[in-house]
Design a protein around this ligand. Structure first.
Ligand code: SF4
Length: 432
């Protein structure tokens, strides 16, 4: 980073219960990791948990890892038991560990080397750690928290690299975890350096929630390593507008300025972001910090996360309420990961209403329907009043618009004004 860097690695002051912590400590990601919130007693103290909730945290801690960075914990409003950040990160009595799958995406079934899942023809998932600075309750890789299948030793990483070298069809590697940006710098350097040295690997991506949960990890040293092996694309993971803080925005800006393009994947979570207003604020907020919303994931049926899952219809409702109603760049692709390793299936509301030879009927974001010539140069549709969709499919009518829609009311009023003006002009010209 240059001396006159307008976005230096400064991370604000310690807040809440940590307000007495020196700013230098608070801004140091290693201090954050040394001071993770990780015991039921500490959570109970910070959130004022009733005894039954403390007992639930204690029980769940034995099932799944639990730790939260002080920075991320400080985003929780302790007075709100339904706080969305808390819901994502703090164990609760809502969690049913009897329900759900250990490996909902069947990643292990496609594992070809330590940490390496080869499912799609030309790309692989490379899991290089099971460690995160904070652990999400909806994580699909909870299985790794107990018995890690990540490539975590040098020997395992080398085995995975050897597989990649031998498979020339692989052109795209997604380095993930756990969180790969929690690794020591020399390890990140080693992994990226070896991937970059494989001639047929043309594209390296990383998945990391550190810009959100531990923005102080985006140090000058880390940026130098990412730049050295660039271009590295980074997909981060914001789920709620309150995660967009000065600190996380700064982390994203610093990544940008180091040439790291940023995308975002959001998980659709009940009680966190499953209302349109919250989702829209999040997605528009991401564009403001130059993070492109990429995927909206249906929450997978992973063990212990049933209370966070929504219906698929909720996801479709989200897309229906976003597409055409906000900037297209803010609209992610909604995907469901097919169980057992079927891969991502994009889900869209249906905008194709009907079809006939040479003509289709399409629906827009306002519910208006249009007759559209399908290829070639079919005759233009007539402009007779439509009584049904078949009038559009046959080209008898051009469109059906919703009654009382202000947009079409305005258009019709303007058209009438133009017609009237034309009549008056013609009348003036002909002297009638
Ligand atoms: S940061 Fe990612 S890998 Fe880590 S627990 Fe959360 S979802 Fe899982």
């Amino acid at each position: 980073m240059p001396d006159n860097d307008p976005f230096p690695a400064r991370w604000g002051r310690a807040v809440g219960p940590w307000r007495d912590v020196a700013t230098d400590d608070w801004s140091d990601w290693r201090w954050q990791l040394k001071n993770l919130v990780r015991t039921p007693e500490r959570v109970a103290e910070l959130l004022g948990l009733p005894p039954e909730e403390t007992a639930a945290v204690r029980g769940l801690q034995k099932q799944f890892r639990f730790a939260v960075s002080p920075y991320y914990f400080s985003l929780i409003d302790p007075s709100d038991p339904k706080d969305p950040i808390r819901r994502m990160i703090v164990p609760s009595s809502d969690e049913d560990v009897g329900e759900g799958l250990a490996d909902p995406l069947g990643e292990k079934d496609d594992q070809v080397a330590p940490g390496l899942t080869h499912r799609y023809p030309d790309r692989v998932l490379f899991v290089v750690t099971s460690f995160c600075s904070s652990y999400c309750r909806f994580c699909i890789r909870k299985r790794n928290w107990k018995h890690s299948d990540a490539a975590s030793t040098r020997d395992e990483i080398d085995q995975a690299i050897a597989y990649l070298r031998a498979h020339e069809e692989i052109r795209d590697v997604l380095v993930s975890g756990g969180d790969p940006l929690t690794l020591p710098l020399d390890q990140i350097d080693y992994i990226l350096g070896h991937l970059r040295a494989i001639p047929h690997v043309e594209f390296v991506r990383m998945g990391s929630r550190e810009p959100v949960m531990l923005p102080m990890r985006i140090t000058d040293d880390l940026l130098r390593v990412l730049d050295k092996h660039g271009p590295i694309w980074l997909n981060t993971h914001f789920n709620h507008p309150r995660e967009i803080t000065e600190e996380s925005a700064r982390a994203c800006e610093r990544l940008h300025r180091s040439g790291v393009p940023l995308g975002n994947q959001t998980v659709l979570l009940a009680g966190v972001n499953d209302d349109v207003a919250t989702m829209k604020t999040l997605l528009q907020g991401l564009l403001k910090i130059r993070v492109r919303p990429y995927y909206l994931y249906q929450t997978d049926p992973v063990v212990g996360a049933a209370h966070l899952r929504t219906s698929v219809w909720k996801g479709l409702e989200m897309i229906e309420s976003l597409r055409g109603h906000t900037t297209g760049l803010a609209v992610p692709t909604y995907v469901v990961d097919a169980p057992g390793g079927g891969g991502k299936i994009p889900m869209m509301p249906n905008y194709l209403v009907s079809a006939a030879p040479g003509r289709v009927v399409l629906r827009n974001f306002e519910g208006a329907m249009f007759s559209y010539p399908d290829g070639g140069t079919p005759a233009a549709s007539l402009d007779l009043p439509a009584r049904s969709v078949s009038d559009l499919a046959t080209g008898r009518s051009r469109r059906i618009v919703p009654r009382d829609n202000p947009h079409y009311a305005r258009r019709d009023a303007l058209a009438e004004e133009r017609q009237l003006a034309e009549l008056l002009t013609n009348a003036a010209n002909t002297g009638k």
